[in-house]
Design a protein around this ligand. Structure first.
Ligand code: AMP
Length: 179
């Protein structure tokens, strides 16, 4: 695990007209300058109008899950205050992925940067191109570990558990104990 390194300065009030929904975004990279890719993505997010980055987790180094054999990931999570809709935020994240050279050769292939909306306040969205909460977030330690650093109290609006509780449940399941 590659923890304890802050990626970038939080830019309090640096973005314009952000308010409203507390949302959480997962970042992952396993190609090229992984730390630089994550740092650049956060800097780009900080300059999106209507988005204010309020918390940044440390960086965790994790094994790739699924897909072809590939290198280790660096993962992090940011908390934002978001004046955009979830669909608008997704568009901004996809622009940032494209600007950082993201290609999509297939599912679970290595990537320069991956940006996923985990939680968007207490909204539950089930559209073909946008599912919130992220459907697999509660099964993934590489998501829950950094998320628990920035938002242990955030509640999963479908499962009705806090992030800290989801992390504990996953830890217990992995160690073979009942939750
Ligand atoms: P990937 O970049 O491989 O994680 O997958 C991106 C695809 O997942 C895009 O087509 C998105 O429209 C879709 N998607 C569905 N729900 C989400 C979400 N919560 N966050 C990011 N992408 C999502």
């Amino acid at each position: 695990m590659d923890k304890g390194n802050q990626l970038t300065e939080k830019r309090q009030g640096g973005s314009r007209s952000a308010s409203g929904v507390r949302a959480h975004i997962a970042l992952g990279s396993n190609i090229g300058d992984r730390r630089g890719n994550i740092r650049s993505a956060i800097e780009k997010l900080q300059s999106v109008s209507g988005v204010r980055v309020t918390e940044i987790s440390s960086v965790h180094e994790t094994q790739a899950v699924g897909g072809p054999p590939q290198g280790m990931y660096l993962n992090a999570v940011v908390e934002v205050e978001c004046g955009l809709s979830a669909a608008e935020l997704l568009k901004q994240l996809q622009c940032i992925e494209n600007e950082l050279g993201r290609t999509r050769p297939g599912k679970d292939f290595p990537r320069t940067i991956d940006l996923d909306i985990l939680l968007f306040g207490d909204e539950v969205i089930d559209e073909p191109d946008l599912k919130v909460p992220h459907p697999r977030m509660h099964e993934r330690a590489f998501v829950l570990d950094p998320l628990a650093e920035v938002a242990p109290d955030a509640v999963h609006p479908v499962l009705g558990k806090t992030v800290a509780e989801l992390k504990q449940t996953l830890c217990r399941a992995k160690s073979g104990k009942s939750a």
